[in-house]
Write a protein that binds this ligand. Structure first.
Ligand code: SAM
Length: 283
């Protein structure tokens, strides 16, 4: 059952940590002229209207991207990310993962975008129109394995499911293990939620997944995490993380100060925490 719609959440704190990491990873890939490929297993609609009923109903962007736009930012990487968002925000739009990535492709680069929801795929096809990009109406876990290894071997896969069902945590783990067997040099970025007692049924599943993957796989893994409040808050999701496999050398240094700044801007009275921590370093 597909009921999740990202339009309710676009531009919230979870999108900011995810999309800032994504932006910084693509900047690293752009440092060489060699082509790269971007694969998004759970693309969403691509572009979101912050004036829409969905967005206005939750108002999550107000405590997310709206705060970033109003803040003075000195960190260079975060400042470049903010500049990338500015033309969209000026039109009350927010670019999702695949839209942001597609604006960063050069003519030699390619993207493969997957989405399963019957109306989100239509919106995605309307929103992302580029000869560099191929859009698939299919299951992202199955699709990424079918496409791997791609002809272009330098690449980044974003795995960003809604985690509405408990089984999705296990699907992510199985998919990443199979993916890195087929395509060992892939950079893999997995977004995961940090939940409070209000989400009792799924609480702890992210931490279990991160632990299982980082101990099972003999691949460099970097864990980036940002929570914006303490566990006593009355929301179900207090923050989120990005688990990165094969992150570029010293990538933690690229983003550490930007993540700290995001925490300063987004946290409620300094509550919550952030980290950029290697769980396994490369040899
Ligand atoms: N990555 C997007 C972004 O950052 O802008 C947000 C994606 S949203 C969290 C998750 C999306 O995955 C939803 O649009 C949902 O319809 C889609 N979805 C759910 N299960 C899927 C599956 N098995 N394969 C592909 N897409 C799926």
């Amino acid at each position: 059952m597909l009921s999740y719609l990202h339009g309710f959440h676009a531009g919230n704190h979870a999108d900011l940590i995810k999309h800032f990491c994504l932006f910084a990873l693509i900047e690293r890939l752009q440092k060489k002229n060699k082509p790269f490929i971007y694969i998004d297993t759970h693309s969403g609609a691509g572009l979101y209207d912050l004036s829409s009923e969905q967005s206005q109903k939750t108002g999550e962007y107000a405590n997310g991207v709206a705060r970033l736009m109003n803040a003075a930012v000195t960190d260079n990487a975060l400042q470049r990310f903010k500049q990338q968002l500015e033309p969209f925000i000026a039109q009350r739009l927010y670019p999702g993962s695949c839209y942001l990535a597609s604006t960063m492709l050069r003519e030699q680069d390619r993207a493969q975008l997957m989405e399963l929801h019957p109306t989100e795929i239509q919106a995605l096809r309307q929103n992302v129109k580029s000869p560099l990009t191929h859009i698939h109406h299919r299951d992202g876990f199955e699709g990424v394995l079918a496409l791997s290894p791609p002809d272009i071997r330098r690449g980044l896969v974003l795995i960003d499911p809604p985690y509405e069902q408990r089984r999705e945590y296990q699907q992510v783990a199985q998919c990443v293990i199979s993916l890195l067997k087929k395509w060992p040099q892939a950079i893999v970025a997995i977004w995961y939620p940090i939940l409070t007692a209000r989400a009792a049924e799924k609480r702890g599943l992210s931490e279990k997944m991160v632990n299982e993957l980082s101990t099972t796989l003999d691949v460099a893994s970097l864990d980036v995490r940002l929570t914006v409040d303490d566990q006593q808050t009355d929301v179900g999701m207090v923050g989120s993380g990005m688990l990165l496999f094969n992150a570029p050398w010293q990538f933690d240094k690229d983003i550490h100060s930007g993540i700290k700044t995001l925490h300063d801007i987004l946290s409620e009275q300094g509550k919550g925490h952030f980290h950029c921590q290697w769980l396994k370093e490369s040899d």
